[in-house]
Design a protein around this ligand. Sequence first.
Ligand code: GLY
Length: 372
Amino acid sequence: MNEIVTVGLGNRAYDIVIGQGVIAQTANHLAPLLPRPKVAIVTDENVARLHLTALKDVLSTGGIVHAALTLPAGESTKSWSNLSKTVEWFLDQQIERNDIVIAFGGGVIGDLVGFAAAILRRGVRYVQMPTSLLAQVDSSVGGKTAINTPHGKNLVGAFHQPSLVLADVDVLGSLTPRDFLAGYGEVMKYGLLGSLDFFEWLERNAPAMAQGDVAARISAVKTSCQMKAEIVARDEKERGDRALLNLGHTFCHALEAATGYSDRLLHGEGVAIGCALAFETSARLGLCSQESPSRVREHLAKMGMKADLADIPGDLPGAEDLVQLMYQDKKVVEGNLTFIMANGIGQSFVTQDVDIEVVKQVLSDGLDQRSA
Ligand code: GLY
C-alpha cells in the first residue's frame, strides 16, 4: 500500500506517492496525466546504470513511448549548458505543450529538469521521480527549480510545481551510507523546525531507518513530505513561513562555499551542522536552553554524522570570512541576513533580528575546537 501526501495548491494540487515498488507502477500513475502515451525522461549516469532499464521496461509494458537523456552525475550538471542541452533535446523529441517530462534522479536532475520544463514552450508539466533521500523529502516537492551560475548556487530558476511526485523508497537501498545520511540531515530538519514529536520519533527510529528499516523509511519520508506540503501550501513563493525550510541553510551555504561545493561537505551534511549551529546560536541568544543544541549534536553523533565544524576535514576560513560568505545568501534583504532561530526543538521561527557578533562567536568557538 502506498502512502499519498497531497500538496494543496488548488487547481495545481498534486500527489506525492510514497512506497515500495512505485517505479513498477509508473505507467498506472502516469496514465491519467497523459493526453498521448509519450514521455521524455532525463536522468544521470548513476541512476541510469541502476534503475533506468526498470523504468523503461515498465513504460514499454504500459504502452508508453519514451526516450531518455542521460547527463553526468553531480552538482556541476546544474549549468546553463545542460539546461540548453535538455531543452533542445526535449524539442528534438517533439515534446508538445501538453506532454509530460520526467525528472528521474536526485536533487540536481530534479532542479534542472523542473527548470527546463518551466521554460519549454512557456511551461510543460513534469513528474518528479526522486531517487535520493534528500530529493524524496525536500527538493522534489514544492516546485523550486534552478541551475547554478558562476555567481553561485540556484541563482537562476523558477517556481514551477510538478504534476506528480513518485517516491520509491526501494531505490534508497542503492545509496551509499554517506549519501543516505546526508539526506537524513533534511529529514531531521523537519523535526527541529516544527515537530518535537517527530524529532523524538527520529531519536528512537532513525538508527534503524539508516540500517534499512523500510517501514521507518516510508514513515519518515511521509512525515517530512506532509510537513513540507503544509508549508508550501501556505506560502508557495516563500514570502514568509516557507523560509522555515531553510533552517540551518544560511550556515550551510557559507560552509559549502568555504569547502568549494566539494566532497568535503555534502549539502545535507552542511544542513545538519547548520542546524546544530542555528540551535547553538539560539541558545546563546537566550531563545532556548542549552539542552536543545546539545540534544541535536548528540543525535547527530549517534547517527554517525558530522555535528560540528570540527568534523569538516581540511582547512576552513575564519569566523569573519564565514560570516562574509553568509552575506552571499539569496535571502539577504537590504543587507540583512535572514536566520531561522528556535525557541526549542520543533519551535523555529524566521528572523532578521540576530546579533551577528553572537553568530561570529559561535563560529569562532567551533573553529577553536578544530585546533584544540
Ligand atoms: N528546500 C527549501 C524549499 O523548498 O523551500
